[in-house]
Design a protein around this ligand. Structure first.
Ligand SMILES: [Zn+2]
Ligand SMILES: [Zn+2]
Length: 240
């Protein structure tokens, strides 16, 4: 499968990642990517950047080493109402926004509560992707999630880091398989993200691709094949 986009990477600004914007972009160029997204953790993640960081992204070129670059955020989901850690006025300026549940920022609830949280997040027109919905600590109703993704035009992420042998998201494989099976049933597209915290991991989707292959997931539902396919879903093009 043609795989030329990484929608989920971090740099030094996230506080627990180790490379710069240009190092990530250079790696993207070396690996032949046609689109790279840099999505720093939202302000509620310990050690990540202040809201001002996100407001100032306008100063950055949207291309480096001949690779188009999107700048955005990996928001923290905060509660069942679907609040996130940047206001819409700031999100409006982002090229791309992922929203994810993270340990320090969200108190685990029941399956119904966690699902309600993500469904409410998906109603936010500036949230483009739900990041790693495959964490056993936050059980989800995958049928509801997949149907809502279709209804609201939000992409579900297959997160490569979740599937790596070093992942701290246990059982991601089983949970992702459940989600992907429903995506096939309801014809809902997905996007692969490396969730790289170091440049050498940029564009690395090896575990995600192996799982797709194993379950016979159709290529047509994977949007990493061509930047054009992503455009209807991403703030940079969708909300401007
Ligand atoms: Zn995350
Ligand atoms: Zn991340």
């Amino acid at each position: 499968m043609r795989d030329v986009i990484d929608t989920h990477t971090h740099t030094l600004a996230s506080g627990h990642a180790y490379s710069t914007i240009r190092e990530n972009a250079r790696m993207a160029a070396e690996k032949g990517l046609e689109l790279l997204a840099i999505t720093e953790h939202g302000p509620y993640m310990l050690g990540s950047c202040h809201e001002y960081y996100f407001q100032n992204l306008k100063v950055l070129d949207r291309e480096a080493y001949d690779v188009p670059v999107l700048f955005g955020v990996e928001l923290n989901v905060l509660d069942t109402k679907g609040h996130v850690d940047l206001p819409n006025a700031t999100l409006k300026m982002m090229d791309i926004a992922i929203a994810s549940i993270h340990v320090p920022c969200y108190r685990p609830g029941s399956k119904e509560e966690n699902t309600e949280a993500l469904l409410n997040v998906m109603k936010n027109p500036y949230v483009n992707i739900i990041g790693h919905p495959d964490d056993i600590r936050y059980p989800l109703d995958y049928t509801a999630l997949v149907q809502a993704a279709k209804e609201y035009g939000v992409l579900l992420e297959l997160n490569n880091s979740s599937l790596s042998p070093f992942s701290y998201r246990a059982h991601a494989r089983e949970l992702d398989t459940e989600m992907l099976t429903l995506c096939m049933q309801y014809q809902v597209p997905i996007v692969l993200g490396s969730d790289a915290h170091v440049d050498t991991d940029v564009g690395n989707h090896r575990w995600a691709l192996a799982l797709l292959e194993e379950i016979g997931f159709p290529e047509e539902l994977v949007l990493n094949r061509d930047p054009k396919l992503l455009k209807p879903y991403i703030n940079r093009w969708k909300n401007r």
